[in-house]
Design a protein around this ligand. Structure first.
Ligand SMILES: Cc1cc2nc3c(=O)[nH]c(=O)nc-3n(C[C@H](O)[C@H](O)[C@H](O)COP(=O)(O)OP(=O)(O)OC[C@H]3O[C@@H](n4cnc5c(N)ncnc54)[C@H](O)[C@@H]3O)c2cc1C
Length: 457
């Protein structure tokens, strides 16, 4: 294929939600734009294509409640100015998305608790990003697929040139005037994860794209960009251990945890499965399993529970007895029987109700199960093997309210960042469902507008 590359005003690294929002806004402001997307066309749009919703402020979900929710999950580890900026901008983002033809739908069964706070994309993130790509094409934005930013020349915080690899060729663009770094976190880079997690990292599953290896993030940090967040902080949930290593998406997530017990490879429980309502706790289980031997665990339920959770992508292991289930799950059968006997004996009478913090709990067990504790006594018995599934990492570059990357505390005149790569400014730890796409959309739009403005200066 003949190769032509015209240096743009604004060069955008990444092809997901944040990059697309930046590219569209830079183009709206009159700049010429090229998107460098490392994935092939059919796998474009990174983790964004797996997302289903974004969290937005509204009349029924005011700024202060949104911010209070964020403060709670992050334990205060957030930049209030940037967080409030993101929250306040969401109504405008919602309207802007619609102008491009993005469509929304009601929350469906299993996600109803998010109906008030989150807007769901009709067709999910795939439809959302396809809509943006179609608009980008219509507006004359060039997209190079299978291409990668492999080098950056940055002088004292100012972007000078980018080295791009495209189908085996390497070339330098030293005419682009501004650079938007929106190429995700480093969750697909096992070696980098290993720096924070040690050997445990080799057993992590990556829920999204294999392309987010943090290459641009590393280039920026090496060039002196200020760092935010720490490498061990990430969004990680429990996924079915039988799923693919990468790109399992939303269907390998398992929601059985609060309904039964979870044991490690020694058939021992290690955490209160019923600590809080599931939407508030699902995102701690990736980290919990990562801390267990060999990073493997099993969720165990009985037939009373079947049908009470979102269907799983893989059928559970099924057995008529605990001993048989232990064999199927590779657990010591005596140890599992003892754990379940002890748990069953500690379960107190109560009224089972998944919609609230019910009074079904154990007494005298370590760790206790504080809600939804029911005896595991009705065959057949079922088990799911679990692994930590990383969604995205939080270590990133520091930005200001113009999405400009900071170098030694000073904003770069022409380097901007959006999305996962700077999410750590707002998410020091923990997670609030739907805020990943909020951060990408808000700061993507700002980065695009500011990059275009910097070109005109
Ligand atoms: C299974 C799953 C479900 C999720 N569900 C939700 C949800 O419902 N709501 C929500 O808010 N968030 C959700 N998230 C998180 C959300 O997807 C991310 O926060 C968001 O997509 C980040 O957008 P981004 O543009 O920063 O990164 P991405 O969408 O991942 O895009 C990064 C892009 O950069 C490209 N790239 C990487 N390196 C380079 C390089 N060197 N050069 C060029 N290109 C490069 C990649 O190919 C990729 O296209 C989910 C994530 C996953 C994995």
């Amino acid at each position: 294929m003949a190769f032509t590359y015209s240096p743009p005003d604004v060069l955008v690294a990444g092809g997901g939600n944040a990059a697309l929002c930046a590219a569209l806004c830079a183009r709206e402001a009159g700049a010429t734009v090229v998107i460098i997307e490392s994935a092939p066309k059919h796998l474009r749009a990174g983790n964004s294509r797996h997302a289903r919703n974004f969290r937005r402020m509204s009349e029924t979900y005011p700024e202060d409640e949104y911010f209070a929710d964020l403060l709670r999950v992050t334990g205060g580890r957030t930049n209030e100015g940037l967080a409030r900026l993101a929250i306040r901008d969401t109504p405008e983002c919602y309207a802007w998305m619609k102008t491009y033809g993005v469509r929304f739908q009601q929350a469906l069964e299993g996600t109803l608790h998010l109906d008030r706070t989150n807007a769901f994309f009709l067709g999910g993130g795939k439809a959302l990003t396809n809509t943006y790509y179609t608009a980008a094409e219509r507006m004359g934005i060039s997209v190079l697929y299978d291409s990668e930013i492999v080098g950056l020349r940055i002088n004292n915080g100012t972007f000078e040139s980018a080295t791009i690899e495209w189908q085996g060729k390497t070339f330098e663009d030293n005419r682009a005037k501004a650079f938007v770094a929106a190429s995700g976190g480093f969750e697909a880079n096992i070696d980098w994860l290993r720096e924070a997690w040690g050997d445990a990292a080799k057993n992590f599953m990556i829920r999204g794209t294999p392309n987010n290896k943090g290459r641009v993030l590393r280039l920026l940090l090496d060039a002196g960009a200020d760092r935010v967040g720490d490498a061990s902080q990430c969004h990680a949930i429990a996924v079915d251990a039988r799923g693919p290593k990468f790109d399992g998406g939303i269907v390998t997530r398992l929601d059985t945890i609060p309904l039964g017990i979870v044991v490690n490879k020694h058939a021992q429980r290690f955490y209160d499965e019923g600590e809080d309502l599931w939407p508030k706790r699902y995102a701690i289980w990736g980290r919990l399993i990562a801390q267990q031997p060999d990073q493997i665990a099993c969720s165990i339920i009985d037939s009373k529970i079947m049908g009470k959770f979102l269907p799983s992508a893989f059928p559970p292991f099924e057995a008529a007895s605990i001993a048989e289930l232990a064999r199927l799950l590779n657990l010591d059968s005596a140890a599992l029987a003892e754990t379940i006997d002890r748990y069953n004996a500690a379960v107190q009478p109560g009224q089972f109700d998944l919609s609230l913090l019910d009074n079904c709990r154990t007494q005298g067990l370590a760790p206790e199960k504080t809600h939804w504790a029911q005896r595991i006594d009705t065959p057949p018995f079922y088990g799911y093997p679990l692994r930590p599934g990383i969604t995205f990492t939080y270590l990133g570059v520091k930005v200001n309210q113009s999405a400009a990357v900071l170098f030694g505390g000073k904003p770069s005149p022409n380097i901007f960042s959006a999305g996962e790569m700077m999410a750590g400014n707002i998410l020091g730890q923990g997670y609030l469902a739907g805020i990943g796409m909020t951060i990408g959309t808000v700061f993507g739009r700002i980065a695009g507008q500011e990059a275009a403005r910097s070109v005109r200066r």
